[in-house]
Ligand binder design. Structure first.
Ligand SMILES: Cc1cc2nc3c(=O)[nH]c(=O)nc-3n(C[C@H](O)[C@H](O)[C@H](O)COP(=O)(O)OP(=O)(O)OC[C@H]3O[C@@H](n4cnc5c(N)ncnc54)[C@H](O)[C@@H]3O)c2cc1C
Length: 305
């Protein structure tokens, strides 16, 4: 199993931000993954690192990255995929087989594990629409459990994995047989929408920074308080969409957190609405960042209790 010490993680994050991580483990199979979770229970698990801001001061601990676990199998209209395979890849594979339901995954760079954890969604589809069951490592009980859709408590960008220590090993999705060309048209439409409404990864970013508050749109609220083009250090709110921060010029994690804090406070002041970050944060070295996170993530913690 590949293990890297003192690994510069910004090579792998979609934000292209993140300092040195003491140890990174890359399991290549579910068995290796379970073995690393058992031998290093304090490790944090990530997939494609497209929804995380890692501190530029690094992280003095262990990460397990799932990106080398890419096996899948398809039986009739069921696809079972290991947690590390990328959503865009899996959506293309099933499309070629005439299976519909994962067209939304073409449009953003998550892994299956990260997408189940987040109940990722876009373009009117989400993980919860197609998820049937999955195998999980329960870190508390230290055993593998199988959970079905009803166990998952899926809701907007949330699953049971965020409340209990459940690590996604694999997931099975039930898809619908459809004409290959129709599926591809839908995927193309999704990609075109992205190109016209969101920054590409040529402008490193982490997707939506804040969750939509119930019945409202974080992007619209942020736009109405005029945050577009706000800039701190190398981090900037994208001109095309107020809920995206781009790493324009060697941004640090502190630049991004300060910008998030400013965005959050502008909306709080005008609307008395507390925006909750969608992007996760990892770091343990900077007092300043910890202080900002206490304010930024306060409402998220309240929600998760
Ligand atoms: C350009 C861009 C566009 C995006 N658009 C969308 C969008 O339209 N819709 C959307 O929902 N998201 C979007 N995202 C955000 C992101 O891609 C999703 O949240 C995705 O689900 C994250 O997957 P990941 O593998 O990158 O997760 P990571 O960033 O690696 O991790 C995110 C969280 O998932 C947890 N996690 C990862 N793997 C596992 C596992 N195997 N078991 C348990 N927990 C795990 C991590 O601990 C972490 O808390 C976008 C991101 C970018 C960069």
């Amino acid at each position: 199993m590949l293990v890297e010490n003192d690994f510069e993680v910004k090579k792998l994050t979609s934000f292209k931000i993140g300092g040195v991580v003491r140890r990174v483990i890359f399991p290549e199979s579910v068995d290796e993954f379970i073995a690393s979770l058992e031998s290093c229970p304090e490790a944090f698990v990530f997939g494609n690192m497209s929804n995380v801001l890692v501190s530029s001061d690094g992280f003095d601990g262990t990460l397990i990255l799932t990106t080398k676990m890419k096996n899948y199998n398809i039986k009739e209209n069921l696809v079972k995929a290991e947690c590390g395979i990328k959503g865009p890849k899996l959506s293309q594979i099933v499309a070629e087989k005439g299976l519909s339901g994962l067209e939304f995954m073409i449009a953003f760079p998550g892994s299956i594990g990260g997408e189940v954890f987040m109940n990722a969604g876009a373009h009117g589809q989400s993980v919860q629409d197609v998820f049937v069951e999955g195998d999980f490592f329960d870190k508390t009980a230290r055993q593998v459990v199988t959970l079905t859709k009803k166990d998952m408590n899926f809701s907007y960008r949330t699953s049971v994995c965020q409340k209990q220590e459940l690590i996604v090993l694999n997931a099975t999705f039930e898809l619908e047989e459809k004409d290959v060309d129709l599926i591809k048209v839908k995927m193309q439409e999704n990609l075109q929408f992205r190109h016209s409404h969101q920054p590409s990864l040529a402008l490193p970013n982490c997707g939506s920074v804040f969750r939509n508050p119930e019945g409202n749109s974080a992007g619209r609220l942020l736009e109405s308080v005029g945050v577009k083009s706000f800039k701190i250090g190398g981090a900037k709110v994208w001109e095309g969409h107020a809920n995206f921060i781009i790493n324009e010029n060697k941004a640090t994690s502190t630049d991004v957190l300060e910008l998030m804090l400013k965005m959050q406070s502008e909306v709080r002041e005008k609307y008395n609405i507390e925006l909750m970050p969608e992007v996760r944060y990892l770091g343990n070295n900077s007092r300043k960042e910890e202080d900002i996170c206490k304010i930024l993530y306060q409402s998220l913690k309240k929600m998760q209790k």
